[in-house]
Write a protein that binds this ligand. Structure first.
Ligand code: ZN
Length: 429
């Protein structure tokens, strides 16, 4: 089940996207109070936007815009909205997204082709280990996608390893959807309860929220740890509420595939200009086919690298590498540019590190400082030195590291209403 457009030539994909873009611009110019105003203020005649390169003439949309002008982004009357989704906004209040019936259908299509990309078919049963309610989009998308594909789905929700294993043993799912670090918890529970994960019938896991691979697509430490004890295929999927779209790996596992019928992607530098092909930059997206709250040139805040060569799976679409980091979490440390995922990767290498939290702050002279608080059963100078050496070997710099009480760290990691543990506290202003 590969959509025809994803097998088409780059030129055909390009002209297809231009047509879709022109439809979107018309739609926004008629229905979006926010974009109508942007076009007017910046004197943009939408009939002169005739290529994807012309997009740079339109200002980008920021997360802050969504927060401040939330209502003006909604393009349909209230009675057309079926599902209400929220994300945490930049100023504290949630940002509301309204999905129409057609938007839910589009979301189902998106997830069905993403599942198919990862090799899931109608004979499979998927166990959902993420939240479906609390106004999140992802869980609902998985449910709708499974239904559209004709696959079975078991909605266990997040956490509770015991219930997950009960359900795996009872219903014999073939795929699971989970945050990768939760797979470690499942393995741990299995070990303690005489369950052999390799005999569970699970073929693969579709993993969200944390990267599985290094930039060259080799497994990162977290994935290696999982695979060592549970030999299943790990597929990375990258998605967000604003995009209404997922980038999911195919069986080749060489980055998440772009679906050109759903989204236009640009990768931009600090000045909102496209980066040189193959360089890292901020993923900026334009949604296609959305009715409720379409976005034009929305800056996601995620730093990524795109890969353009044809994939061995036959798809000709661009692939996105693992997210390098959040733009606003970029750390300039002793002359080196770092993102927290690189730090996680190193800390995950030490089994004696039970948990940790990374604090980023400005020092007295206004430059970035990193302090990592670590909980371990056996604190020692030797361990501290080993960790520092590992940092120097991998990143050329070593942050400040100190031992801390496990409960103190857990308290920081799980504030109220948090969906997943907070591993980074950014105190910079
Ligand atoms: Zn592929």
């Amino acid at each position: 089940m590969i959509p025809e457009i994803e097998l088409a030539s780059k030129a055909d994909i390009n002209s297809f996207q231009i047509e879709k873009l022109k439809e979107l611009l018309e739609y926004l110019n008629t229905n979006s109070p926010f974009y109508k105003r942007v076009f007017k203020q910046h004197k943009i005649d939408i009939s002169t936007i005739n290529s994807l390169e012309d997009l740079v003439r339109i200002p980008t949309t920021t997360k802050n815009d969504l927060q401040v002008y939330n209502d003006d982004f909604i393009c349909v009357p209230k009675n057309k909205i079926i599902d209400y989704v929220t994300t945490s906004g930049t100023l504290g209040d949630p940002v509301i997204f309204g999905l129409t019936d057609n938007d839910l259908e589009r979301l189902a299509y998106n997830e069905a082709i993403s599942f198919a990309c990862a090799g899931v078919n109608k004979d499979d049963i998927i166990q959902l280990m993420t939240t479906i309610d609390r106004r999140f989009m992802a869980g609902l998308a998985y449910f709708l996608g499974a239904r559209k594909l004709g696959a079975g789905i078991i909605r266990v929700g997040n956490g509770v390893p015991e219930m997950q294993w009960d359900s795996i043993l009872k219903f014999k799912p073939t795929y699971i959807i989970a945050v990768p670090s939760f797979l470690l918890k499942l393995i741990e529970y299995a070990e303690q309860n005489n369950i052999d994960p390799n005999k569970s019938g699970i073929k693969g896991a579709i993993c969200i929220g944390e990267p599985l691979r290094n930039q060259d697509f080799s497994l990162n430490i977290l994935s290696e740890k999982i695979k060592k004890k549970w030999n299943i295929e790990l597929f990375s999927t990258y998605a967000s509420t604003e995009m209404n779209t997922a980038f999911t790996e195919c069986e080749e596992q060489q980055g998440g595939h772009h679906h050109p019928e759903l989204i236009i992607m640009e990768i931009l530098d600090d000045k909102d200009q496209p980066v040189v092909e193959g360089e890292a930059g901020e993923l900026t997206i334009t949604t296609l086919g959305l009715e409720g709250m379409p976005l034009l040139r929305f800056k996601t805040g995620d730093i990524v690298k795109a890969h353009f060569s044809k994939c061995n799976c036959g798809r000709n679409t661009t692939r996105l590498g693992p997210v390098i980091g959040r733009k606003k979490q970029m750390i300039k440390y002793k002359g080196t540019t770092l993102y927290p995922p690189a730090l996680h990767n190193i800390l995950n290498d030490f089994s004696s590190v039970e948990t940790y939290i990374i604090e980023i702050f400005h020092n007295a002279i206004g430059t970035d400082e990193i302090l990592i608080k670590i909980a371990t059963a056996e604190p020692s100078e030797v361990l501290l030195q080993q960790i520092k050496d590992h940092f120097r070997a991998k990143l050329r710099v070593a942050p400040k590291i100190e031992f801390s009480d496990k409960n103190e760290i857990l308290k920081l990691q799980f504030p109220k209403m948090s969906r997943k543990p907070i591993m980074v506290i950014d105190k910079r202003k």
